[in-house]
Design a protein around this ligand. Structure first.
Ligand SMILES: [Zn+2]
Length: 440
């Protein structure tokens, strides 16, 4: 019999699998087989050992295995600016951040900032994240080398003072999109910073590239009252109306924030299949407002979570984001039944995958999907006892409970130790950059 067993890379036995498959199965006494970077098989223990001969086996007990979390909106390298500018409104915050960026942003500092962000995201169970920032090729390469899954692409903007490396160079953008169209772990997209930071020419160009190449399009929209005024002055419309008129809403569009929407705009996002990146920490901290998430979900809008940059959050911990979102929506609607825990956890996983156009590949533990997962230690006081896994995953967990993280079959963190990134070196480089920033 032994000779008929199929050799496979890894077998995970025991523990609990919160699969997030369409049936929302939560499995115990099961075995998950991983091979060639994919989930190959899931089933009972005795059959697993008849069928497979694993190169490696992990035996779990109290641990919980979840699909890796998906951070659908962020600015990774801004981890360098965490805690630098707090307690002011978006417009003042932006002008201070842009001043610092103009002084310190380079390929080298972006690489360090991006690696710092990945460390924090991996430590909090994230396996895939979108980015929008300068020197996007540098960040993409940093992610690829770290084995971290990334959604990234040129972000068109028209910002005075950034001519040297502004991302409006179409030829460079198209080269990137060609080069990364079939590279493992890299999922190219096209982005525009926002309606207020671009113009109709840029939006039309970005729309054409997105349509020609069937790419995900990401932009900021309706984040703050100040932005609403600026866009109305510039276009005579709201940000959503501008994007709609430019043909930029649809099921390949992801809008960050959407705090200030009319009822009709919520309906429109639902009807067009547009996704929203909800970033509650950033929206609250900058007093941008509170997105009407419960109403968006009711209207059929796909809502997932983004941390936004660490300069406005100030962390990249998606568990924290999810807990905050659930509590705030219950508080502002006066209805404790909105955003129940299972729904919120789906927003961290499968809805995130849908938001970045990867629902066929990631977001759940299902046979055939890429092996992106996190393993959580539930043998801790804050998760004991456990009546309902979704409840703990939203209301009680903390980033420190994440013990292993895998992307496409490769461990990026094992027993809380980084496997592909040199944590001490990255943090030292970040401190070095901070010494320069302090002098600005
Ligand atoms: Zn943002």
């Amino acid at each position: 019999m032994a000779s008929s067993q199929k050799p496979v890379d890894l077998l995970i036995t025991g523990g609990t699998f919160v699969t997030m498959n369409p049936a929302r199965d939560v499995l115990t006494d099961s075995v998950l087989v991983i091979d060639q970077g994919k989930f190959l098989w899931i089933g009972d223990r005795s059959t697993a050992f008849e069928l497979f001969e694993p190169a490696q086996e992990i035996e779990l007990s109290c641990e919980v295995v979840i699909p890796g979390l998906i951070n659908v909106h962020g600015h990774w390298a801004m981890a360098l600016f965490r805690g630098l500018v707090d307690d002011c409104a978006l417009e003042d915050w932006l002008s201070m951040i842009w001043k610092v960026e103009a002084e310190v942003i380079s390929e080298e500092t972006v690489a360090t900032g991006s690696r710092l962000a990945m460390l924090e995201m991996i430590r909090s169970g994230t396996t895939c994240a979108a980015d929008m920032y300068w020197h996007y090729v540098v960040t993409t390469e940093a992610a690829r080398k770290a084995g971290f899954r990334m959604v990234n692409g040129p972000s068109f903007a028209d910002i005075e003072g950034f001519e040297e490396y502004r991302n409006t160079n179409q030829a460079i953008a198209l080269d990137y999109l060609d080069e990364y169209q079939d590279v493992p772990l890299v999922h190219p997209c096209i982005q525009a910073h926002s309606a207020y930071m671009t113009n109709l020419d840029i939006l039309s160009l970005v729309g054409k590239i997105a349509r020609d190449r069937n790419l995900l399009f990401i932009t900021h929209a309706a984040e703050s009252k100040g932005e609403m005024d600026m866009v109305r002055q510039k276009y005579g419309k709201t940000p959503i109306e501008v994007l709609d008129a430019a043909g930029l809403l649809g099921d390949r569009t992801l809008l960050a924030h959407c705090v200030h929407l009319s009822d009709d705009e919520i309906t429109l996002l639902g009807e067009t299949g547009t996704s929203v990146a909800h970033c509650p920490s950033s929206n609250l901290k900058l007093s941008s407002g509170i997105a009407r998430v419960a109403e968006m979900i009711k209207a059929g809008v796909n809502v997932a979570f983004g941390t936004d940059g660490a300069a406005s959050n100030n962390d990249l911990d998606l568990f924290h984001e999810a807990q905050l979102a659930a509590l705030v929506q219950k508080g502002v609607t006066g209805d404790p039944s909105v955003l129940p825990a299972e729904k919120v956890f789906s927003m961290l996983t499968i809805a995130g995958a849908q938001a970045v156009g990867l629902a066929e590949k990631i977001g759940s533990i299902e046979v055939g999907k890429l092996a992106d997962l996190a393993i959580l230690d539930f043998d801790v006081p804050n998760l004991t006892p456990c009546y309902d896994h979704y409840s703990h995953l939203v209301y009680a967990i903390s980033a420190g409970d994440v013990c292993h993280v895998m992307v496409e079959g490769q461990f990026l963190m094992r027993n809380r130790e980084m496997q592909t990134l040199d944590e001490a070196e990255i943090m030292e480089k970040a401190r070095e950059i901070a010494r320069t920033i302090r002098k600005i």
